[in-house]
Design a protein around this ligand. Structure first.
Ligand code: ADP
Ligand code: MG
Length: 355
């Protein structure tokens, strides 16, 4: 047996839950999370008091090995981080605040108790950072791949909630942050995995990943934009918003469909970092395709009036206008640098491992 490897069957389900409970037992900065929680891990359900007057949000997101993550290059801590932040990102997109989470894990035999603890360290780290508590979950074994699913509640003032459906013709279409970096990171990882598997001898393949450090971090530890969604709530009126978990293009489609509107997206305005540009160049691919079709970004796409956009630009440098909402009949178009309009492709590649 490997050193430090405890088989799941040796501790049993309840032993495992006990170890999980220890890892997620931290004190959150927001004391109301603890005050309003009546029952956490250990009973048939969790029980908590909602904040009076607030709307309750509930979201869930699952991640499956081989579809959303590859354990040959993803650490369990990073996986735990991502499983939490993908839910937080959904709550940020509603302009809400995360509160409580439950976590379902399906564990194949290759996963040890220590690996589950690592997963929950990543979960606890993200929960502590964004002020959210793990209050329950479920544990199963599987003969197939590993899976992690998180359900999360959030809260929002009724009049502050932003859905996908309020975009108005003439609105600016904007994004937070920089796009395409997570996809660039994944491209590098898949390339090195392939090179490694083809090397006759592992010593023949010693990649220098130093130049890609920032890009890889964007893949492993994406940051949900709760920070900016709070600035928005305070300073402006967002008409419609969605988080970018599946590439900008498909989110533009979702937002426009819900808002019964069309859009133009200005390719040359898409915000991309130089490091992302150079990765795309290495692969002889378009960096704009990374921005439009790369997943797991967790930035926000939103529609906002001109005046409010100007106001927002004065308080943060981290938002970019990438297009406009137009009449539904005009469709959804990409405007190239040379001014040519073409229908925006909705999907580039699917999930993990495509491209
Ligand atoms: P039940 O049989 O009622 O579903 P379980 O034995 O599955 O109860 O779970 C016991 C307690 O441990 C519950 O509070 C449950 O929410 C919690 N729990 C179970 N699995 C996990 C997990 N993977 N992560 C966090 N909490 C868990
Ligand atoms: Mg159960």
């Amino acid at each position: 047996m490997e050193k430090g490897r405890t088989e799941l069957r040796n501790v049993g389900e309840f032993g495992l839950i006990d170890r999980i409970r220890h890892v997620v037992d931290f004190r959150a900065d927001d004391a109301t999370l603890h005050e309003n929680l009546r029952l956490g891990i250990g009973d048939d359900t969790a029980a908590f008091r909602p904040t009076p007057g607030k709307l309750q949000l509930l979201t869930t997101d699952a991640m499956v090995e081989g579809i959303h993550f590859d354990l040959t290059f993803t650490s369990l801590r990073h996986l735990g981080w991502k499983a939490i932040v993908s839910n937080i990102s959904d709550i940020a997109a509603m302009q809400g605040t995360p509160r409580y989470a439950t976590v379902v894990v399906s564990l194949p035999r290759k996963i040890s108790v220590e690996m589950v603890e690592e997963l929950y360290r990543g979960i606890a780290f993200a929960c502590q950072k964004y002020a959210c508590l793990v209050v329950g979950g479920d544990t199963t074994t599987t003969f197939g791949n590993m899976a992690v699913a998180v359900a999360m509640t959030g809260e929002v003032e009724e009049n502050a909630m932003v859905s996908r459906s309020g975009a108005e013709v003439g609105d600016m279409l904007c994004v937070t942050g920089q796009l395409g970096a997570a996809h660039a990171g994944l491209k590098i990882l898949l390339r090195e995995k392939e090179r490694f598997s083809k090397a006759a001898n592992p010593e023949d393949h010693a990649p220098n990943l130093e130049p890609y450090k920032a890009t890889l971090e964007r893949y492993f530890m994406p940051k949900p934009r709760l920070d900016l969604s709070r600035v928005f709530a305070e300073k402006v009126k967002i008409h419609a918003m969605i988080d970018i978990s599946d590439g900008l293009a498909s989110e533009v489609y979702h937002l426009c469909t819900a808002s019964h509107a069309g859009a133009e997206v200005w390719e040359h305005n898409l915000p991309v970092e130089n490091t992302t540009r150079s990765v795309a160049a290495e692969f002889s691919e378009s960096v704009y395709d990374y921005a439009l079709y790369g997943g797991e970004e967790y930035e926000l796409l939103f529609a906002i009036g001109d005046e409010d956009f100007k106001k927002l630009e004065r308080v943060t440098g981290d938002v970019t206008a990438v297009g406009r909402i137009v009449d539904k009949d005009k469709g959804i178009n990409l405007v190239r640098e040379n001014g040519k309009h073409e229908a925006l492709r909705e999907k580039g590649w699917d999930h993990f491992g495509g491209g």
